[in-house]
Each structure stands twice: as C-alpha cells, then as structure tokens.
Design a binder for this molecule. Structure first.
Ligand SMILES: [Zn+2]
Length: 484
C-alpha cells in the first residue's frame, strides 16, 4: 500500500494490483485498501464519488486497478508501470497457450521507462517461478542484534534457536524464547521490538542478477506472532510429526520456505520391499547398459558395490562386499566379472586418504575414477582433470545424490532401485535409516553411522549421472570385452 502511495506521488502512472481471484481482489479493496486510501487526503484530492470503484481507484492523475490473476486477459490487457503481484506463488498457469501470469505483465511493461513489478508471496513449491526468481536475487535477510552480546543473526526455526520447556502446548506457549547462536543468551517477545528496530537487511547470496531485489522474512519476525505461537506450530509440525499437510503448511506459512515433497524416511521395511524375487546376488539383469564398481573408503574397511543400469536408469544391485586396504581396490576391480560382463566404470571415494585413492585409481585408469561429495545444493556434478595422475576427479552434490537415491529411488519414485532377494543384514542396515529432515533454513540429510554401502551405492548412481547422455551401446559392448 505504501508502494502505491509512493508511486502515485513520484511517478503518477497506471498501476495494477493482482490477487489470485477477482473475489479476493474485491474483498481486499473493501476491507483493507479503502481505509488506507481514504485516510490520505492528498491521495483522494480531486476524486469524485464514482472514482472509488469495487476494483480500484481513479486518482486525479493516474489510476490503480485490482484484478484476479486467474481471469484470462486481465493481466495482459493494458500496460502498467507498477504491478503488484500478490500471493504470486498461488497463481495458476491455467491457459497454457499464454505465457505464465507474471510474464504477461512483464511483456506489457517493455515499452515503459521505469517499470516495476513487486512479487510478494508465501512460497509454495521450489519449482514455482516465484521461488526460482527469489533464488536469483541477492537473498536479503533481516539481521537483528542480540541484546546480550550484540551479535547480528537471523531468526530461524531450528532446535538450537527456538527453545521451550515442557511437552504440552500451553507449557510451550508460556516458555518459548529464542537463544543467541553466539552467547546462548535468551530473548523473549518483549525484546523483539528493539531488536527489529536495530536490525538491518543483508544480502546472503552472490548470485544477484542486479535487476531483482529479494527479501525474506519468516513468522518469527512478525509483529502478529509470538515466539510461543511459532514454537507450538513448529512442535506440532516437526516434533510431533503431525503429518505431511501440517509440515507443508508450517514450511510455507511459518518458515516462508517452499515445500519439498521429499521429506523422507527410509526404513528397513522400505529397503526390504525393494527386493525382487527373480533377481539373485551375482546375476546381471537382461539388457544391462553397463556395470559400475564403486568403493567407499574407510579406516578399516573399503565397502564396494557392483551395480547394473537398465532402461532409463534403473539401478540393479549385483554384488557387494568389503576389502581391508585401499591398495586392494584396483586388483579387485580388475577381477570382477558377472555373466561375462565386467565393470567399465567405477568411482572411488577420495574424501578420506585422498592421495592413496588417486594413486590406486591411476593403476586401473580405464575404469576407476576418484570422486568426492560437495556441499552444493544445486547442480549435480562436474569433473576436474588431475594432471599428476592423468585422471578426472568427479565432484558431486552430496545433497542431490541422496535426494535421488533415498528421496526418490528408495521410496519407489521414478526410476528405481532393485535389490537381490538374498541381501544380508549388513547391507539392509547400511541402506536404511536415512532421514531428510527439517533444519533451519532448509531440508538436510541427517548423518547416519555405518551407511558405507549406501555411500558406495550413491557413487554408482553418480556414474549414471555422468554416463546417461553418453554412448550406452558402446559401454555395453565394452562390458562384454568386445573392444578389448
Ligand atoms: Zn548473544
């Protein structure tokens, strides 16, 4: 509303305010906008009774029009210099013959000198253009000072920051407070106004495109929410695990984060359900593109798996086991053969004893490559040349690989994961227990002990990322030794 007033004063020209539906637009004008406009004599100067409409205002020198984003044509009919797209993440792209709602407005602004679009919304999903646009900005977040030590920090929903005593809603409501990440001092609702007044916006990402400015606030900052109400919502959605709909509402409405449908828990039953009766240990499925041999390197044991890829990327676990030393890996990989098929690619985790892994891979450079996981959340993988070893190091996003392996495949979504009927307990334990949990700003994979087989399987999956677009037919020929 302040943007509208500013625009009217500084750049009197056509303004548009879109809400999801025409009904919402009308209600917003009646219940909110009218009070604001009528309280500002300089805004209403020169206006006649008929200039106050159900869907907007004819100011003396410009006008403001309210529309429903779902009504086809409303967004594209006239050029506007200021467009406010309210609850933009709830706009549906109904008529696919047209551009997306937000783009329709942008097209109409092309000819104007100082156009501006304000997208404001509770985020819905990660894929929605609203959230994608926010990711392209500098991602300004509001930093507030700790009243005890002066440390500047952002308010987040995390177990370390939002604290309470008791395990009943009324106890939580009464005792909730936040704790400084630096000095651990407690802050209550009474401290909030002073902290907010002394706070400042700071960019938190480098990927600004320079044209868009993005701001993020969650419910902890709100004047209308207490820490107690936020804590109860957090507790109901995350601690009590009230169900997916509660968690989604909490992520969207309280954390102001998009909902990822991947919140996942891979338990033992899930792993057991991936067994196929017709598939036994040591067997290669028909029409396998290639075999991958992958190694997770540890202090006392090297866990290995052999995986076959079928169709559009289905993973079939063929065999698994352990070795004592890193120095055994190359010999071992050379010795593997199943139904006349040999592994033609292989990744070895080089996060631990890096130099020995590089050296070991170089011994069987035709097949083995070193690899390491990164903390990147976007993108999948890239390769870097290691001149000393004449080898390519594969760096992959650990988060994305787990999302693909556990969040998708192990839960039976998309191209799957097939396990032999005769898997053993060690393998079951090594694959289960993965949990994608809600932590502060975003979803994170919980650290699991003894998931070495899972890590080896993850590397096998990376070989598919690397090779899926390649010449699978030649890989198959090579697997059968036709080129050697
Ligand atoms: Zn502090």
């Amino acid at each position: 509303m302040i943007s509208v007033a500013w625009w009217k004063a500084m750049r009197p020209s056509a303004m548009l305010w879109a809400l999801t539906t025409k009904e919402l637009a009308k209600a917003f004008v009646e219940e909110r906008m009218d009070f604001f406009v009528r309280a500002q004599p300089w805004l209403t100067a020169g206006m006649r009774r008929e200039d106050f409409g159900n869907y907007g205002y004819k100011f003396a020198d410009c006008n403001l029009r309210f529309v429903g984003a779902r009504v086809s044509g409303e967004l594209s009919s006239r050029a506007v210099s200021l467009a406010i797209l309210d609850e933009a993440s709830k706009y549906e792209h109904v008529d696919k013959r047209e551009a997306a709602p937000a783009d329709l407005v942008k097209v109409r602004q092309k000819t104007l000198a100082f156009p501006k679009i304000i997208h404001s919304s509770t985020p819905s999903t990660e894929k929605h253009p609203f959230w994608q646009n926010w990711l392209l900005t500098e991602q300004k977040r509001y930093f507030v000072p700790c009243p005890h030590c002066g440390h500047m920090f952002t308010l987040v929903f995390s177990a370390d920051m939002l604290c309470w005593s008791g395990d009943k809603a009324d106890e939580i409501l009464a005792t909730a407070h936040i704790r400084c990440p630096e000095c651990k001092g407690a802050m209550y609702d009474v401290d909030k106004p002073a902290m907010m007044a002394a706070g400042e916006w700071r960019g938190t990402a480098n990927c600004s495109n320079g044209k868009m400015v993005g701001y993020h606030l969650n419910a902890l900052y709100s004047n209308f929410e207490t820490f107690g109400k936020c804590a109860v919502a957090y507790w109901e959605a995350c601690v009590k695990r009230g169900g997916a709909h509660l968690l989604q509402n909490f992520k969207n409405s309280y954390e102001a984060l998009p909902w990822t449908p991947y919140f996942a828990r891979v338990d033992e039953n899930k792993i057991l359900s991936l067994r196929k009766d017709s598939h036994g240990r040591g067997q290669v499925p028909e029409q396998a593109h290639y075999l991958a041999a992958c190694y997770d390197v540890g202090l006392e044991q090297q866990h290995w798996v052999v995986v076959a890829f079928v169709g559009s990327g289905e993973m079939w676990l063929v065999d698994w086991g352990t070795l004592v030393a890193v120095e055994q890996i190359a010999e071992h990989a050379k010795s593997l053969s199943y139904d006349g098929m040999r592994p033609v690619v292989g990744l070895v985790d080089s996060g631990y004893s890096t130099r020995s892994v590089y050296a070991e891979c170089a011994k069987f450079g035709e097949v083995l490559q070193p690899s390491k996981g990164s903390g990147a959340r976007q993108g999948t993988h890239y390769e870097t040349y290691l001149a000393e070893y004449d080898s390519y190091l594969v760096t992959y996003s650990d988060y994305q690989s787990k999302l693909d392996l556990y969040g998708r495949r192990a839960l039976g979504r998309g191209e799957g994961l097939v396990l032999p009927r005769d898997i053993d307990n060690e393998l079951i334990a090594g694959l289960s227990g993965q949990v994608l949990e809600n932590k502060g700003q975003s979803a994170q994979w919980k650290k699991v002990d003894e998931d070495h087989y899972g890590d080896a399987l993850k590397l096998a999956l990376i070989t598919w990322w690397v090779n899926a677009e390649g010449d699978l037919e030649s890989m198959r020929d090579m697997s059968y030794g036709k080129f050697s």
